[in-house]
Design a protein around this ligand. Structure first.
Ligand code: PLP
Length: 397
């Protein structure tokens, strides 16, 4: 007997694996500074929690429609109109158990065996595996630091074949923290329209932006590209609601209908209670986001500045999300206590074992020259962690 080939082709999410290892060390009483985390360290806003409690107390605890409640879909429609200038119909919205679930539903709804899906690297860890799970082929297109980790129209065009079905975009990006401006998106949109391919636009970090950066949704750049784009978003990052599991997708009606049917045969509806909380998150006061961003902004500047002072490390200033993505490849070949750093995974292991700092190696994102540090942790931890990293790297010979 055994396991299906498609399940054998994938690996557990590496970011979650790092978190588990760091957690195990902490449980043993080891003081680990955790830069591996992929979620805000802020608490879910009080008004949102209360909406969840009220849902429980009022008995809103049964099945809802598989694709989400009308009330939450309306709140999502309002959000798209308000924040992105995008008009959808309710039949073009799906509420899922997190943005990751929406993305998975898209992969199931759109990809046939052999289809090619273009994924710029560095990429979020789940994109290639979700493609593989649906017997399609991830086509990884490398972007460079010099390009600001953005896919150029030229590189995109070179990667397009007759089998290309879709492009996955993530802006602002996990892991790089960089984001596409309107002009870059216009160039990509023109190609997508010309080659009639879908764009899967993961905009989960839309609200976490700095230095006055303006987020643009590629779907807002015209009717033709809107008809080819599935926008994915959610409340996990914007409202510190990762555990509530609410994400959503908006796109062409036939794609959303297929995704809804798939969801109805797999998970059914996302939690009724979480849906009520998400309505409050989207419709209630939004000042929580500003408060969170002020804090993230301070940590971002501090972390990047410190990283750039470490010999052999260089880091671009991110404009979104809550990650720094420094280049560390000049350390390859050096060693500590007989342990040679050959790649980013070796460095991450050494940092965890010797410096007691957890982070994610760049190979997880298809970029072995880098490591990812999350600054979704307290300023004190950031200072302590960077002291430790600096010291260990200075001790490499
Ligand atoms: C966190 C994250 C998601 C998933 O968010 P959930 O709504 O919690 O499933 C999707 N895409 C990226 C890039 C993320 O970092």
């Amino acid at each position: 007997m055994g396991i299906a080939k498609r399940a054998q082709a994938i690996k557990p999410s590496p970011t979650l694996a790092t978190a588990a290892k760091a957690k195990a060390m902490k449980a043993q009483g080891i003081d680990v500074v955790d830069f591996g985390v992929g979620e805000p360290d802020f608490d879910t806003p009080e008004n949102v929690k209360q909406a969840g409690i009220k849902a429980i107390q009022s008995g809103f605890t049964k099945y809802t429609p598989a694709g989400g409640t009308d009330e939450l879909k309306e709140a999502v429609l309002e959000k798209f109109k308000r924040d992105n200038g995008l008009q959808y119909d309710k039949s073009q919205i799906l509420i899922s158990c997190g943005a990751k679930h929406s993305l998975y539903n898209i992969a199931e709804a759109l990809f046939d065996p052999g289809d090619e899906v273009i994924i710029p690297s560095p990429y979020w860890v789940s994109y290639p595996d979700q493609v593989l799970l649906n017997d399609a082929l991830p086509v990884i297109v490398e972007t460079t630091e010099a390009e600001g980790f953005k896919l150029s129209a030229k590189k995109l065009e070179q990667a397009i074949t007759k089998k290309t079905r879709a492009l996955v975009l993530n802006s602002p990006s996990n892991p790089t923290g960089l984001a596409y401006d309107k002009k870059a998106l216009e160039d990509i949109a023109a190609l997508a329209v010309r080659h009639n391919m879908y764009v899967i636009s993961d905009e989960i970090y839309e609200k976490l932006i700095y230095d006055g950066f303006t987020h643009t949704s590629i779907a807002s750049l015209g009717k033709e590209i809107k008809d080819l784009t599935i926008v994915v978003n959610g409340v996990s990052k914007s409202h510190a609601m990762t555990g509530w599991r609410i994400g959503y997708a908006a796109g062409p009606k036939d794609v959303i209908t297929a995704m809804t049917n798939i969801q109805s045969q797999s998970t059914s509806n996302p939690s009724s209670i979480s849906q009520k909380a998400a309505v409050e998150a989207l419709r209630g006061p939004q000042d929580f986001i500003g408060t969170m961003n002020v804090e993230f902004d301070k940590r971002r500047k501090y972390m990047v500045e410190r990283l750039n002072k470490i010999k052999g490390v260089s880091c671009l200033m991110p404009v979104g999300a809550f990650y720094a993505f420094p280049r560390i490849s000049s350390l390859f070949g050096k060693s500590l206590n007989g342990k040679v750093v050959k790649n980013s995974a070796d460095l991450a292991t050494l940092l965890l074992e010797e410096a007691k700092v957890a982070l994610v190696s760049g190979d997880a994102f298809g970029a072995d020259a880098y490591i990812r540090l999350s600054y979704a942790t307290s300023m004190d931890s950031i200072k302590k962690g960077l002291d430790r990293i600096e010291q260990m790297i200075n001790n490499l010979r």
